[in-house]
Design a protein around this ligand. Structure first.
Ligand SMILES: NC(=O)c1ccc[n+]([C@@H]2O[C@H](COP(=O)([O-])OP(=O)(O)OC[C@H]3O[C@@H](n4cnc5c(N)ncnc54)[C@H](OP(=O)(O)O)[C@@H]3O)[C@@H](O)[C@H]2O)c1
Length: 331
């Protein structure tokens, strides 16, 4: 039995409280693989869990963190041995299963991915769920729909968020011209640095939604926002264009006529990273370490300790953050 530090969220008389406490590995749920977590990363879903959102975490007390990368400390499954470098993202990790904001997790072997060669534990969490979601979105556009840079330009909404920045950087790396939509003018220079050729303000993008159809500007879009951003992108796609959508910070619902679908054959593709099947999950992590590899991640990555997470979560809750945040569990 080993003791370790964890972010611990409790609920008392409808009051949600967060503190760093000592737990022991005996407190963790049953599972085949015990992992010493070296790095985690912060995602919007973690903020929801840490602030008491019952749609994400049904029962408290709870140890959040939907991402973890670390070293196998014990395994009863033949696929993993003590000392292996591994990562876990999605499934139920950090939702109702003790997550990566603790220095240890214990999970089913079916959730565990061996760290690909050419990727460090820190780099894996540099991507984390946000980056994995960007990779899944790009995969659907490029590998499944066979969209190429020669076919036209692309657009990304919520561009300064974790998924947004990774999507801009990745599309740029693959040779696409990228238009980034963002509500944060002070980050436009950074967006240009990571590969955005054009930038459109959040409101300007929403304005494209005013009419049943808009000019055909893009061959593909990655929407991370939902609401009017999604319908605006659908209306601005070219013939047979593709848009993926993964988020809802801009609205749970969206409104469009059927025109983009029946006049331009536009395809709307949903993204659900948490439930990605293991074969595709492994393929994506191999791509992340290879063809999708990004060498400019530090331009938009911050790092914090478990103790500093409280302030960072408050910033994310207010929408005041930008880029990706890695949590160094030994920091
Ligand atoms: N479906 C999945 O598998 C999956 C996986 C990961 C994440 N998600 C979801 O995808 C979304 C993005 O994730 P993330 O990690 O990138 O989140 P994030 O870091 O919080 O970024 C969200 C971005 O959306 C923009 N935004 C914020 N408030 C907005 C508003 N009221 N209206 C329009 N835009 C707004 C901001 O970008 P600008 O200021 O640049 O506009 C913000 O940086 C979240 O909703 C998350 O829960 C889904």
């Amino acid at each position: 039995m080993t003791s370790f530090k964890a972010l611990w969220v409790t609920e008392e008389n409808d009051n949600i409280k967060r503190q760093i406490i000592e737990r022991t590995t005996a407190d963790l749920p049953e599972g085949e693989v015990l992992i010493q977590v070296k790095y985690s990363s912060l995602n919007y879903k973690d903020v929801l869990s840490a602030y008491g959102n019952k749609g994400v975490t049904r029962v408290y007390p709870h140890q959040p963190g939907i991402d973890a990368a670390g070293i196998v400390a014990a395994s009863s499954h033949a696929d993993f041995r003590e000392g292996d470098e591994v990562l876990v993202t999605g499934y139920d990790l950090g939702m109702n299963t003790a997550g990566g904001f603790g220095q240890y997790i214990r999970v089913p072997a079916a959730w565990v991915v061996s760290l690909p060669k050419n990727l460090s534990l820190r780099e894996a969490m540099n991507w984390g769920t946000a980056g994995f979601t960007a990779a899944l979105s790009v995969y659907k556009i490029v590998k499944r729909e066979k969209i190429t840079p020669q076919m036209g330009a692309t657009v990304v909404s919520g561009a300064t968020g974790g998924v947004g920045m990774m999507s801009v950087a990745l599309l740029n790396k693959l040779g696409f011209e990228v238009t980034a939509s963002s509500g944060k003018e002070d980050q436009y220079d950074l967006l240009r640095q990571i590969g955005a050729k054009e930038i459109v303000g959040r409101q300007a993008l929403a304005d494209w939604d005013a009419k049943p159809m808009s000019s055909a500007r893009f061959v593909a879009g990655i929407d991370t926002v939902g609401g009017t951003a999604l319908s605006a992108i659908m209306k601005s796609l070219k013939q047979e264009g593709v848009v993926t959508t993964c988020g809802n910070v801009g609205g749970l619902s969206f409104k469009t006529s059927v025109f983009p679908l029946i006049l331009r054959g536009v395809n709307l593709m949903g993204i659900t990273s948490a439930g990605t099947e293991m074969p595709l999950r492994r393929e994506l992590w191999d791509l992340i370490a290879g063809e999708f590899r990004l060498d400019n991640l530090d331009l938009f990555t911050h790092e914090c300790s478990l103790e500093e997470l409280e302030d960072k979560m408050a910033q994310m809750k207010e929408g005041a953050h930008w880029g990706k945040l890695i949590v160094n569990m030994e920091g």
